[in-house]
Design a protein around this ligand. Structure first.
Ligand SMILES: [Zn+2]
Length: 469
């Protein structure tokens, strides 16, 4: 084995040694006698530190008072820290003791092993530190540490349980009181079941997360935080299509329900704009106007964008804005913004009066949600309801009723000004986690991971390695 040291000038000196390569961590009672360099299945270099572990006389004492004898000592291998891209492990005989008096058996205690894992505390801590950074996915942490995916998940789940639960059984109470809450639901991995989350609209922290989308989820949350905590809450934002509002009317009548802009636009786009477009397409097909029907199929983006967005794109086109830079090296050309967005929009609406109405309503909704006075906002919402009614269209009549039924909670927005940004942010995070496969198959882990992600945004530190205890 080559033994490496530095001389007085800081130059590396290689000496032939049969003894050891020094281990950069305090492993209490372990004596390294030989180091073998091997290759892992992945092709990475593995330093295997062989040696033996002290067996103190006190450990040989049985509960009954007799001295235990060594029954066997099978080799044990524990994964240890990495050196750059190389892996390491420790191997030593693990003594099994037996009492000839009472027949008791026990294993030699390894002070540096992580209970439940075949790894050292040092590697466990390093892995936890990497996971706490929230910079790497589990797959990346597995690659860095050379540990298996399941081990990484177990370590991460334990970390999250310690951080956010009491004994893994109950979620911790919110860190501070919240003035505004937001409630939203999302689909789980199988696409059929739902889960609901409740967030602090100021910090964006998820405070509660549970399977299902029934009222019980909210009752459970109120139970969890207690009435005194709830008394600090002034308003709750949620989707109009939920029945969560009944819970607050029932048990916290001082709380104002607010229907935010994000959800109202989502309802309008999904249930009105898309439906009208489908109807129109059907009508054009039936009239034999196949080309027009096909064109309409590609217009969802245009129809669901704001006129101001389209205008901005056209302005960019006029300035020849470069969307994608070309390269001389790879012989690609610049991709330049194409114009005509707004013109295409106008053309579509000229072809169809209903689509024009949809356009108008969307602009009026955005305008209404800019109001800071309830009476002014009420005027604008009533105006929208009148327009919907005048069309006589089924989908727009449905939307009119939706506004009517939730009128108070809609105009309350003028007073409470709850921004929907945090709800949208959480939705994005759910999508990111799903894309990385965290939502399958362990719901509890997925929920804790979301809990953690919503608290992201602290200053990131490089993990500190524990070299000694
Ligand atoms: Zn005994």
């Amino acid at each position: 084995m080559d033994y490496i040291r530095t001389d007085a000038n800081g130059q590396l000196v290689f000496e032939q040694s049969t003894e050891f390569l020094h281990i950069p961590c305090c492993l209490y009672g372990f004596h390294n006698t030989e180091t073998i360099v091997g290759k892992a299945a992945s092709g990475r270099t593995v330093y295997c530190f062989q040696g033996k572990l002290d067996l103190p006389e006190s450990e040989r004492r049985c509960k009954c008072g007799k001295r235990m004898h060594i029954n066997s000592h099978p080799d044990i291998t524990l994964r240890h820290l990495c050196f750059g891209g190389d892996l390491s492990c420790l191997r030593f005989p693990h003594v099994q003791l037996r009492c000839s008096g009472c027949g008791a058996v026990k294993e030699q205690f390894i002070s540096f092993q992580t209970p439940g894992h075949m790894i050292t505390d040092a590697l466990y801590q390093y892995t936890r530190d990497l996971l706490a950074l929230q910079t790497y996915t589990n797959k990346q942490v597995a690659e860095i540490t050379g540990l298996g995916k399941n081990v990484i998940k177990e370590i991460d789940k334990k970390r999250l349980q310690e951080k956010y639960t009491i004994d893994g059984k109950k979620l911790i109470k919110p860190e501070r009181k919240a003035k505004y809450l937001g409630i939203d639901e999302f689909k789980l991995h199988d696409g059929h079941r739902y889960a609901t989350h409740i967030i602090d609209m100021k910090s964006g922290h998820i405070l509660w997360i549970a399977k299902g989308k029934t009222k019980q989820v909210v009752y459970d949350f109120i139970d969890h935080v207690g009435m005194e905590w709830m008394e600090g809450v002034e308003a709750v934002a949620c989707d109009m299509n939920s029945d969560f509002q009944e819970v607050f009317e029932d048990s916290c009548e001082w709380i104002q329900l607010v229907f935010d802009y994000f959800h109202i636009v989502k309802n309008f786009n999904d249930k009105v704009v898309s439906e009208i477009r489908k109807d129109e397409q059907r009508r054009l097909f039936e009239d034999g106007n196949i080309d027009a029907a096909r064109a309409l199929k590609k217009t969802r983006y245009i129809l669901t964008s704001n006129r101001s967005t389209l205008r901005k794109k056209d302005e960019e086109a006029a300035e020849r804005k470069i969307l994608h830079k070309g390269s001389d090296l790879f012989k690609t050309e610049d991709v330049v913004r194409k114009g005509g967005h707004e013109a295409r929009y106008d053309e579509l609406f000229l072809e169809n009066k209903l689509l024009f109405t949809v356009d108008l309503i969307k602009e009026k909704l955005a305008d209404a949600y800019r109001m800071t006075d309830e009476a002014q906002m009420a005027d604008r919402i009533i105006d929208i309801m009148d327009i919907c009614e005048a069309t006589g269209n089924t989908h727009l009549l449905w939307f009119r009723n939706l506004l009517d039924k939730h009128f108070e909670g809609i105009i309350a927005h003028a007073t409470y000004r709850i921004s929907a940004g945090k709800i949208e942010g959480i939705n994005q995070k759910i999508k990111t986690l799903k894309r990385h496969g965290y939502d399958y198959p362990d719901d509890e882990y997925f929920f804790l991971k979301l809990f953690d992600m919503s608290r992201q945004g602290y200053v990131r530190n490089i993990p500190s390695h524990r070299f000694s205890d």
